[in-house]
Design a protein around this ligand. Structure first.
Ligand code: SF4
Length: 174
């Protein structure tokens, strides 16, 4: 099934309780003196409590076990997805003056299951500190050696189709 067909066939009755603030919403924001730009898949405001929710569409498998813990094979990807979403929480705060109440991943290839976590100020603070520390490291570097993590390079990195290092690695392995 094409992705467009899938979304066309979705039951979106649940959306009646939400105001749509944006679809593929472009967000421009600052972290320290750096300018960022990102795209939030779906940004909603819950009409029942007036709080914001971020929704991200994911083709990966639903990450939670029945007891709510993250599956071992999803852990690495889940932590990366969380960092990205907390950065978007930062963008939402700069645009709306409030943090989202929830972050939800729509695992559309896995039965359209929604994986939701509540916004945590503690996790947000830790993530923003991680981004700021990482920016300082990047700024102090003169040479940029690639970090070749197999899972990240083959599934998540936005440059994976054109990356010369990944292609070189594949040639060595063939
Ligand atoms: S695909 Fe290339 S750019 Fe992306 S993480 Fe891997 S080595 Fe880095």
């Amino acid at each position: 099934m094409l992705l467009a067909d899938y979304f066309a066939s979705l039951d979106i009755d649940w959306l009646k309780d939400y105001e749509i603030l944006g679809v593929e919403k472009e967000v421009k924001f600052k972290l320290d003196e750096y300018d960022f730009i990102g795209y939030i898949d779906l940004l909603l405001r819950d009409k029942r409590d007036n709080k914001i929710i971020i929704i991200d569409h994911k083709s990966s498998e639903y990450p939670f076990k029945q007891n709510g813990e993250v599956k071992k094979n999803s852990l690495q990807g889940f932590e990366l997805y969380k960092k990205q979403m907390y950065l978007y929480c930062h963008a939402v705060y700069q645009m709306y003056g409030e943090f989202p109440k929830e972050i939800t991943w729509n695992h559309f290839k896995d039965g359209g299951k929604f994986a939701t976590i509540q916004f945590s100020k503690d996790d947000y603070d830790k993530t923003i500190k991680w981004f700021k520390d990482t920016l300082k490291i990047i700024e102090s570097e003169n040479e940029y050696e690639p970090t070749q993590d197999y899972f990240y390079c083959h599934n998540l990195c936005n440059f994976r189709s054109s990356c010369e290092y990944k292609n070189m690695q594949e040639q060595v392995n063939t």
